[in-house]
Write a protein that binds this ligand. Structure first.
Ligand code: XIL
Length: 377
């Protein structure tokens, strides 16, 4: 039996311990979203399995660690609007429910892009290219229907995706060929009409490279001068261990910020695999032949490479944090390494390690490093 005094002392001990634990957990965040709460949203792209709940391990990570979601594929034109007059909203609605249930910042990706868009969009019944007015009407109907359906619920839309070539000129997509240069402005106007409160983003890859960055800066400046409602630029962030350098990332964010737009890092992943000829691209149509030399870490990642990846994550998050006045969101393009599109792009069937959670769903050293970057602030 404990004496009254002993009980008192014990209780006091427990109370102190609980207070200490609570204080520590209040001060030391254990999740990405808490660590960056005062700086920017930390988001993640989710796939069908996670949206429908069959990927339970991924779902648990998403809801614990992230406060924003992007749809990896389910809102793309070919998925949501596969045939004329046929919309398929089932998965997109489930995506919305996923985010709303968890009070997340919900991103729409994307409205106008040259990839993952069915060919019928650009053609008539005979297979000939349609005229400007027809394509503008189709674009308008699509944006009105999709952005209109989720009005007030999708906080940020990637309105136009990848309109630029690597040299900074406009990509010769069918959008450009048929409608002309103003297809970009029109897409933003239609999106704004459909949902006046949504943030509207121009999203692209390799914006860190000088020529493309110049082209993008000119494009955004021109749109702003015309009063087009573009609110942010999405730097995709399909990076590698050596590209882009910290200095270049820093300068790129500053350059866009000067135009008066917000910056989001919209699709971050960092590839550790041997570079293929054009490693500074994220062109989804690129296909490089399989070769075992290009897949050296199929059995595991060497410690030395893990360390480089960890440092890269820390360095890049350091840059994003430095710019937290303009960077509003950093989104990882996938939950775990097993989910990443980089296992199959640009070479199919590789074992890639580009994200912050490993194939078993455990946080990688890069995760701890990113947490420490926030803690040092
Ligand atoms: C990728 C998806 O991750 C893949 O599942 C899909 O097969 C192809 O598209 N830039 C983008 C994203 O804007 O939509 C792409 O996503 C990756 C490159």
């Amino acid at each position: 039996m404990l004496s009254k005094m002993q009980t008192k002392v014990r209780l006091a001990g427990w109370t102190a311990l609980i207070a200490a634990v609570t204080a520590t957990s209040a001060q030391t965040p254990t999740t990405l979203k808490e660590a960056y709460r005062d700086s920017f949203h930390v988001g993640v792209a989710i796939n069908e399995a996670q949206i429908t709940g069959t990927g339970a391990r991924g779902v648990a990570i998403v809801e614990t660690q992230f406060d924003s979601i992007s749809p990896e594929n389910v809102l793309k034109w070919e998925r949501i609007h596969p045939k004329p007059n046929t919309y398929s909203f089932e998965l997109a609605d489930q995506y919305m429910a996923f985010g709303e249930k968890r009070h997340m910042f919900i991103v729409g990706h994307n409205l106008v892009w040259h990839s993952q868009v069915p060919d019928w969009v650009f053609r008539d019944d005979k297979g000939n290219l349609v005229d400007r007015e027809t394509l503008l009407k189709r674009m308008h109907d699509h944006i009105q229907t999709v952005a209109g359906r989720y009005k007030g619920r999708i906080q940020s839309w990637d309105v136009v995706n990848e309109a630029l070539n690597d040299d900074g000129t406009l990509r010769q997509s069918l959008w450009l060929k048929i409608i002309g240069e103003d297809y970009i402005a029109k897409a933003f106007q239609y999106a704004h009409e459909a949902d006046p409160r949504a943030q509207l983003t121009y999203n692209d890859y390799s914006l860190e490279n000088a020529a493309k960055r110049k082209g993008a800066l000119e494009l955004i400046a021109k749109l702003k001068a015309q009063g087009v409602p573009v609110t942010s630029v999405g730097i995709q962030g399909h990076d590698s261990l050596i590209w882009p350098s910290v200095e270049v990332e820093d300068a790129t964010i500053s350059a866009f910020a000067k135009l008066g737009v917000k910056v989001v890092i919209s699709e971050l992943d960092i590839d550790v695999l041997p570079p293929v000829p054009d490693q500074e691209s994220a062109d989804v149509s690129m296909k490089i032949q399989q070769d075992p030399k290009l897949n050296p870490y199929a059995k595991g990642l060497p410690q030395s490479v893990q360390q480089k990846l960890t440092k890269r994550y820390a360095d890049l998050f350091g840059v994003y944090l430095k710019h937290r006045d303009v960077v509003t969101r950093v989104t990882l393009w996938g939950v775990t390494d097993a989910d990443s599109w980089r296992n199959d792009w640009p070479v199919e069937g590789r074992t890639s390690y580009p994200l912050l959670f490993d194939r078993s769903g455990h946080p990688k050293p890069g995760f701890q490093a990113v947490m420490q970057v926030a803690a040092k602030e």
